[in-house]
Design a protein around this ligand. Structure first.
Ligand code: HEC
Ligand code: HEC
Length: 442
């Protein structure tokens, strides 16, 4: 009952807007099957509401963050994009990082000072897949008329990112700097992958129907077309920073924003999804296009033309995903720890701090314990607990901002400030710098 009340409260501000189908989802787990408005009617309303909704969201974002796009040109992601530098969050006036780490969680909560609140979806009432402007240059078909992407490019992974193969470390990036799509996958990877992997790749880049991009009248793109492939969000087997709503909660307004995780290194992981603990890549591949593409509603999937991959097909897709390697980390030795001959003093001090404070959940060589933990972040703010989340692998971390399941931590510096507060470590400024230096080497 509690959840429902707060949902309604959240909704009050939107009472005047009639959101197309999603507005019904607030009180039930299900989406309506029959949409009575025409595409033109829905679109007209969405286009009219968009500026007001975007303004509201961008106001919240600018209240929380300094989106100055500050970068470090000397430190780059694997493909050469400079790393964004933080912390990006704005502290409430009169507080400093030192003040904050000296306070108890209860005090921070009571005074409303926690800077890392959950990041909402741009328009949580509608939710769904939202693509960055950079990706839209390659894919104008993915433009939505009801909302836009919110974070500046500096805080996103490279587009397109490099793709490394476990089977061919000698080749380095196998994309030639391009986005792998249905139009070029064969010429690029034929002669490198096995026939099974190649067929898996074909399926991973084949556009199919998805909730917002399909041929029915309640889509969110101008053109009626099936436009979403696995590599739309996991571009080149990595991530483009496309965000969505998590699949595990109902009603609609209780769902979290969820940032697309990388698929690099999934071969060494034991379960998949931030909460669902799906045990195999085969199962994940099957479930993703069948239901996750349609807000976890198989009935809507049927209506909008969900692609149901066969067992053979999902097997091939999994075989290909298992080839996606973490990016090179030249300073790490064969045990996944810093090679003292290659690392500098700050990085080595950072590793020590990491061993002490972080490695119990993020052990080398992949920096994940293949488990899930509840960080109980709600100790620091008044709001709904988010519960258990998968311990993401930190190998290749520098390539995949923004961080945390919802992307609320825009830079590596923000991750260090976040964990300094959440784990109550009281690190000194120098120690935080060392920890950042270490995390950049992963
Ligand atoms: C709308 C963007 C989007 C598309 C399209 C997409 N994914 Fe994902 N993928 C996500 C998000 C978001 C998550 C995190 C879900 C969660 O935490 O429960 C995810 C998680 C995963 C994971 C688990 C990764 C991990 O570290 O736990 C795998 C594997 C995966 N996707 C494979 C696929 C496959 C295969 C396809 C195509 C059938 C696909 N995805 C299509 C966004 C997408
Ligand atoms: C109790 C276990 C635990 C400890 C200790 C821990 N982490 Fe984590 N870490 C997690 C979990 C769980 C997540 C995912 C949380 C989420 O997304 O909400 C995570 C996420 C992260 C992420 C974001 C990864 C990504 O790709 O989004 C970073 C960075 C990180 N941890 C760094 C650290 C550092 C640095 C420390 C030590 C100062 C640390 N962690 C200590 C469990 C832990």
């Amino acid at each position: 009952m509690k959840t429902r009340l707060s949902t309604n409260k959240l909704l009050m501000g939107f009472a005047l807007l009639s959101f197309t189908q999603q507005s019904f989802a607030m009180e039930t787990s299900y989406l309506p099957v029959s949409v009575t408005k025409t595409f033109e009617e829905i679109k007209k309303e969405d286009v009219k509401n968009k500026p007001m909704l975007m303004e509201k969201h961008m106001k919240l974002l600018n209240e929380r963050y300094n989106l100055t796009e500050k970068v470090d040109p000397k430190a780059t992601m694997s493909g050469g994009k400079p790393l964004p530098v933080g912390p990006t969050v704005k502290l409430k006036s009169g507080t400093s990082w030192e003040n904050l780490s000296g306070m108890s969680p209860e005090e921070i909560k009571e005074k409303g000072l926690f800077p890392y609140l959950p990041l909402p979806h741009v328009v949580p009432e509608s939710g769904g897949l939202v693509v960055s402007p950079k990706q839209l240059e390659n894919h104008p078909e993915l433009e939505r008329f009801d909302m836009e992407f919110d974070l500046p490019d500096a805080y996103l992974p490279e587009f397109p990112p490099p793709m490394y193969l476990i089977s061919r470390p000698d080749l380095g990036d196998v994309t030639g700097g391009e986005e792998i799509t249905i139009n070029n996958y064969f010429e690029k990877l034929n002669g490198i992958l096995t026939p099974l992997q190649l067929d898996g790749l074909r399926l991973l880049v084949t556009p199919v129907a998805q909730q917002q991009f399909n041929v029915t009248g309640d889509r969110k793109a101008d053109k009626a077309q099936d436009a979403v492939s696995c590599f739309t969000c996991h571009v080149n087997g990595h991530t483009s920073g496309v965000f969505h709503l998590n699949p595990d909660n109902r009603p609609q307004m209780t769902r979290f924003r969820i940032d697309t995780p990388t698929l690099r290194g999934v071969n060494v992981q034991h379960f998949f999804g931030s909460k669902r603990a799906i045990r195999s890549l085969v199962d994940f591949s099957e479930i993703e296009a069948k239901t996750a593409y349609f807000d976890g509603d198989p009935v809507i999937g049927h209506k909008k033309g969900a692609r149901r991959f066969t067992r053979e097909e999902v097997g091939a897709m999994a075989a290909m995903q298992n080839m996606l390697a973490f990016p090179p980390a030249p300073k790490l030795g064969i045990d996944g720890r810093l090679d003292p001959k290659k690392a500098n003093d700050s990085e080595l001090r950072g590793e020590k701090l990491f061993d002490k404070n972080c490695a119990s959940c993020h052990p080398a060589p992949y920096y994940t314990d293949n488990s899930a933990h509840d960080l109980k972040v709600e100790r620091f703010y008044k709001g709904r607990p988010e519960g258990l989340i998968k311990t993401f692998a930190l190998r290749g971390l520098k390539d995949s901002p923004p961080y945390l399941h919802d992307g609320r931590l825009l830079t590596i510096e923000d991750t260090v400030e976040f964990f300094n507060l959440v784990l109550e470590l009281k690190l000194k400024e120098e120690e935080k710098k060392d920890l950042v230096a270490f995390l950049r080497t992963l």
